[in-house]
Unconditional design. Structure first.
Length: 427
């Protein structure tokens, strides 16, 4: 008589089941087919470099000769690896396995790469590094077995200060005074409701306190702006970053929100080619007629954004407007965006949109001589020149946080105004 186990299965069946489970666990834990990373990828940086000076990628400086280069036009990672002496079969294998962490087709012209050759074997590539961005990088480690992983450089945050006079552009004033280029769009975002960046003039100037991201001694980006002072066409704008619980934004010295109900323009970067006018020479019809909007020229396909929160009331096509969207923001204000190449996904009548959300893309549909967006603004049912309006602000700092906010302003204000404004004022 065959004995049975406590679960009333035959002993032979239970034993077979146990063997199957053990085998499944064994093969699962030992898979190396792209499921879990191989052991070498779990601790990618060198374990044998304790107390040894390492470079920004974690490799010992005194163990390798490093060959560096820039990605050229139409160059691939396979071409570069082959140039370092790897055979076709290995480069193909690396390219296939790389897809798990990075698409090799997304390499960018001008980005840097590094080939590491050990001092005791200078003809053999040990490690290849491709810099995906200022902070992220890809490693192909060829020591022992092939290991491919993605990592980030060690970042240090530092307090920074910059001041400058604008003589040509905000970009030139910031980068020319040692500021990181990413500070330009960040200031444009913070001051979008207060400064018309399409009408910056010579003599406008700024002071900025910000926190920079550094890799070694190289500035690799910015974390955030702490305080900004900007003089635009003789008008002063001053703002301080403040966060507490659900409150997050930039406020003036009295606690008023720098964020307005509407953005100044429906594009992040563009130039005004035609302003609001009651008598403009029409570029197609050739006669003079009212132009009750502002034209912003930009490359075909540039994202168009809603200047404020609201509901789409129209999204369609007419022979004059081309593809256009109209948004009702409240009982007082409406906006319209003309000549789009296409609508953004989901944009249709009844769709609720938020300030800064992409609603379409620049085109030249309808009566248009080139790619641009004609932006129209209604107030109480009448089209007006939005560049002449003063828009209401967002919520101020709540009363219960004012003491905390004013304390922060006091900490930063003297530092902000002590920053020297570099550059020559226009004569």
């Amino acid at each position: 008589m065959m004995k049975r186990c406590g679960l009333n299965f035959p002993v032979s069946f239970g034993t077979s089941l146990l063997v199957i489970i053990v085998m499944w666990v064994f093969f699962t834990w030992n898979r190396s087919d792209g499921g879990e990373p191989e052991a070498c990828c779990l601790q990618p940086k060198q374990a044998d470099t304790i107390d040894v000076e390492t470079d920004e990628f974690g490799f010992a400086k005194n163990m390798y000769h490093v060959e560096r280069g820039l990605i050229q036009a139409r160059q691939t990672l396979s071409h570069i690896l082959a140039g370092f002496g790897l055979d076709d079969a290995l480069t193909h294998s690396i390219s296939q396995r790389m897809h798990d962490v990075f698409n090799p087709r997304r390499i960018r012209q001008g980005n840097r790469y590094h080939g590491y050759f050990p001092d005791d074997d200078p003809e053999t590539l040990s490690v290849f590094v491709y810099e995906i961005s200022d902070l992220d990088f890809l490693v192909v480690d060829l020591r022992d077995s092939v290991c491919i992983y993605r990592d980030s450089k060690q970042v240090e945050l530092r307090d920074m200060a910059i001041g400058g006079m604008i003589n040509s552009s905000l970009w030139d004033a910031i980068t020319g005074n040692g500021g990181h280029p990413l500070l330009v769009p960040e200031l444009s975002r913070i001051l979008a409701w207060s400064v018309d960046f399409y009408r910056i003039m010579q003599g406008d100037h700024f002071r900025v306190l910000y926190t920079g991201r550094f890799v070694g001694d190289r500035q690799a980006g910015i974390s955030h702006v702490d305080a900004v002072y900007f003089v635009h066409q003789g008008r002063e704008v001053e703002g301080y970053r403040f966060e507490a619980d659900t409150i997050k934004g930039y406020f003036d010295p009295e606690g008023n929100n720098l964020r307005k109900a509407f953005l100044r323009a429906p594009l992040e970067t563009a130039r005004i080619t035609s302003r609001y006018s009651l008598s403009r020479l029409h570029p197609i019809h050739g006669d003079r007629r009212p132009h009750l909007g502002t034209d912003y020229a930009a490359p075909h396909g540039t994202p168009i954004i809603a200047v404020g929160d609201g509901v789409v009331t129209r999204a369609g096509y007419t022979s004059g407007n081309g593809n256009y969207v109209r948004i009702r923001h409240n009982s007082v204000y409406e906006t319209q965006y003309l000549h789009m190449s296409r609508f953004a996904s989901g944009i249709r009548p009844g769709t609720r949109v938020t300030q800064g959300e992409v609603i379409g893309y620049v085109g030249s549909t309808g009566l248009a001589t080139g790619p641009h967006v004609c932006f129209r603004f209604w107030k109480n049912g009448r089209q007006v020149d939005h560049l002449r309006l003063e828009f209401p602000s967002g919520d101020p700092v709540p009363e219960e946080y004012m003491d905390q906010y004013l304390g922060r302003v006091q900490q930063l204000k003297d530092k902000l105004h002590a920053i020297p404004v570099r550059g020559r004022a226009p004569v």
